[in-house]
Write a protein that binds this ligand. Structure first.
Ligand code: ADP
Ligand code: MG
Length: 278
């Protein structure tokens, strides 16, 4: 059955991002708390609109306990606005957590970082190895897009710009993402691929440990140089060699040496930490 805006009640605005505004809402029929993302498609070209539709259709297919669950979409033609309704993630995002640590002068617990590593890897597995479809790349992995639920489990969100790999070629050099986490292949104007998501995950894990990204610079040229070189300080010494080893593998400049998600999951250091029942 077609749902309408009247089926929901807006509770409050959570925040506005680059593509629209996020609001906390309540589903009237059962009181379920959800969020919707409002996006005005009025200024979009036909191609962009088509991409948006295919992206939303993809969201619907991504089902994993570690991915923000999609519920519904409503199109308001009068206001040229699309509302994407999804699960509300109560536990905040990792960017907030990193900022809190920085302010307090504390570090995140190593076990928590392993848990993030495992669960983000499992979320990416779902996108990269879809059984009846093309790989979906996240393209914007960063602490602000990793949410936590009440049990501190990962909910990967914001596939807002993810595209079907099939469509990739025509947008090969489009720059999307956080510059600090940009992979060497992207710096070198090569196309984004599954392993570029692994690089971004490596950057994010590094930042969770060190509370700063592995590569920082005050301008793009300097940042590009550092990323191509691929040199960075070890994560703080109190973190184990095991964690350091895995994190370094994800930050291999050479794409052929960098593990895919499947290879990562087969690494004994990772495999031994996978949840027993999937
Ligand atoms: P951004 O470009 O900053 O990611 P978003 O529109 O994705 O913008 O998010 C706006 C705000 O809403 C952010 O503070 C984000 O943490 C929050 N947010 C986004 N999705 C959810 C969700 N599913 N549950 C809870 N908060 C969310
Ligand atoms: Mg976001």
């Amino acid at each position: 059955m077609q749902t309408t805006l009247d089926d929901y009640e807006v509770i409050e605005t959570i925040g506005t991002g680059s593509y629209g505004t996020c609001k906390k809402i309540r589903r009237r029929r059962d009181g379920l708390i959800l969020v919707w993302k409002e996006m005005d498609y009025g200024m979009m070209t036909e191609t962009e609109k088509q991409m948006l539709v295919s992206e939303v259709n993809l969201l619907r297919e991504l089902k994993s306990p570690y991915i923000v669950r999609y519920y519904d979409r409503i199109i308001d033609r009068t206001n040229t606005t699309i509302f994407i309704i999804m699960e509300y993630c109560k536990g905040g995002d990792l960017a907030t957590l990193i900022n809190k640590c920085k302010k307090e002068g504390s570090y995140l617990d190593e076990n928590f970082i392993w848990k993030i590593l495992i669960q983000v890897t499992l979320a990416l597995k779902e996108c990269h190895e879809r059984k009846n479809g093309k790989a979906v790349l996240h393209r914007d992995l960063k602490p602000a897009n990793v949410f936590l639920d009440t049990d501190k489990n990962v909910k990967l969100g914001d596939f807002g710009l993810a595209r079907v790999l099939h469509h990739e070629t025509s947008f090969a050099n489009t720059f999307v993402g956080t510059p600090f986490y940009m992979s060497p292949e992207l710096v070198n104007n090569m196309s984004y691929n599954e392993k570029s998501d692994v690089w971004s995950m490596g950057c994010m894990l590094y930042e969770l440990c060190a509370l700063r990204p592995p590569f920082v610079a005050s301008n793009q040229a300097e940042l590009n140089r550092k990323i191509r070189l691929g040199e960075f300080a070890r994560i703080p010494l109190h973190f184990s060699d095991d964690l350091n080893t895995i994190q370094k593998k994800m930050l291999q400049v050479d794409v052929s040496k960098r593990p895919s998600i499947t290879e990562l999951l087969a690494e004994p250091l990772v495999a031994s930490r996978l949840p027993k029942v999937e």
